[in-house]
Design a protein around this ligand. Structure first.
Ligand SMILES: Cc1ncc(COP(=O)(O)O)c(C=O)c1O
Length: 409
């Protein structure tokens, strides 16, 4: 008798993890990983933030702590601090008790709990994600039970910037009650964000067309080093009185990738509207993973709730964002010194971990196969993979790729 699973269809590998595996298996000494979205030091090493290390030590010595279950909605002091970090201490929504924070399994888990809630409890059926976007948006929302996935234009490949007109046109045509996924800052994969003036126009349109904003905030503080600047768009929407959801990740800004520390903030028009929502989300979590893990969020909670640790952490986020900004400038400078064909201004005008280089698939293939530089097919690079030792090598390889396979752009 054949296996009950012989009917299971083949599924494609997750590109970014397949790429990372190939990088790890490559024995070339000068190989470079520009794929995975994780911070690296100038020595090319992962970084455990010193404030995280210090807090972990304090936690391990704290005999008052134990490993009892958390409730379905997680560690309250963490999610309250996370929502305050997102919206600001003085947020009208927080003062008026119109927010609900739910600890989740990092940013992806926040998106999933939020999408489950919207699809199953609030009857939303359609969602819009930017084109291109972080590929998990589609998976998360479709698995949560949304019926229709749409995209709105975002990237202008010719000008290598935001296709703002296209974005507005596509959102203009969205049916009422569509959920619009918006990257709060440091758009993945393009590194291109709307300006404040453009955000105002997006908010006008979302309000007029009765759409529903769902922010994805995976890089607060990591993008510019400034927590307020990186959450400007979310705060602006809240100040205007929108109801919204926002997924927060502490993977990048705390370097807590595998601890799965995240938060979902729901902002409603009045506190009563949140009573049933809280009860329904409790059941959603109960029927999914029952309750979340504690270690990562204990660290975040201690740091966010202690002014001295908080100041130390702010130093770390400026250091990480500062190194990324320097590496952008270094790559652009090297490409210009080599007189590499094309305009490379976008490398420095983009923000955050990623740059959408504009390299095409043939050029990317050549970089991987001939130069051992690993990046996904869409030409996105993680700037964190660059350092003072390899940026010259990478620039020369880009130069060779662009010269050997001239792009039509
Ligand atoms: C746009 C975006 N959203 C969400 C996430 C969530 O990541 P995590 O689940 O590791 O917090 C990421 C991470 O790469 C991201 O780039």
């Amino acid at each position: 008798m054949s296996s009950r699973f012989s009917c299971v269809e083949a599924a494609p590998p997750v590109e970014i993890f397949a790429l990372n595996k190939a990088y790890k298996e490559d024995s070339f000494p000068d190989k470079v990983d520009l794929g995975i979205g994780a911070y690296r030091t100038d020595e090319g090493k992962p970084w455990v933030l010193p404030v995280v290390r210090k807090t972990e030590k304090a936690l391990s010595e704290d005999e008052t702590l134990n490993h009892e279950y958390l409730g379905q909605l997680g560690l309250d002091e963490f999610s309250k601090a996370a929502s305050r970090m997102l919206l600001g201490e003085d947020s009208p929504a927080i003062k008026e008790n119109r927010t609900l924070g739910v600890q989740t399994l990092s940013g992806t888990g926040a998106l999933r709990v939020g999408a489950d809630f919207l699809a199953r409890c609030a009857n939303f059926t359609d969602f819009y994600m930017s084109a291109p976007t972080w590929p998990n948006h589609r998976l998360v929302f479709m698995h949560a039970g949304f019926k229709n996935c749409h995209t709105y234009r975002y990237w202008n490949p010719t000008k290598r910037n935001l296709d703002f007109e296209g974005m507005l046109q596509d959102l203009e045509n969205a049916p009422e009650d569509s959920v619009i996924i918006l990257h709060a800052c440091a758009h993945n994969p393009t590194g291109v964000d709307a300006t404040q003036d453009q955000w105002k126009q997006i908010a006008d349109l979302i309000e007029r067309k009765k759409l529903f904003p769902f922010f994805d905030c995976a890089y607060q503080g990591f993008a510019s080093g400034d927590l307020i600047k990186d959450s400007w768009a979310v705060r602006y929407f809240v100040d205007r009185g929108f109801e919204l959801l926002c997924a927060q990740s502490f993977a990048k800004n705390f370097g807590l990738y595998n601890e799965r520390a995240g938060n979902l903030t729901i902002v409603a028009k009045d506190p009563e509207a949140l009573v049933n929502s809280r009860a329904q989300i409790t059941l959603l979590v109960r029927g999914n993973y029952s309750n979340p893990p504690c270690h990562g969020v204990r660290i975040v909670s201690r740091v966010l709730n202690d002014p001295t640790l908080f100041a130390e952490w702010q130093g770390h986020i400026s250091e990480m964002s500062g190194r990324i900004i320097k590496m952008r400038a270094a790559l652009k400078q090297k490409l210009e010194e080599l007189a590499t064909p094309g305009n490379w201004d976008h490398i420095t005008s983009q923000i955050g971990m990623f740059s959408y280089t504009g390299l095409n698939q043939q050029q990317v293939k050549y970089l991987v196969e001939e130069h051992h530089i690993y990046l996904p097919k869409d030409g996105r690079i993680s700037i964190c993979g660059l350092n003072t030792k390899n940026v010259g090598y990478v620039a020369k390889a880009f130069h060779a790729a662009v010269t050997k396979f001239p792009s039509s752009l």
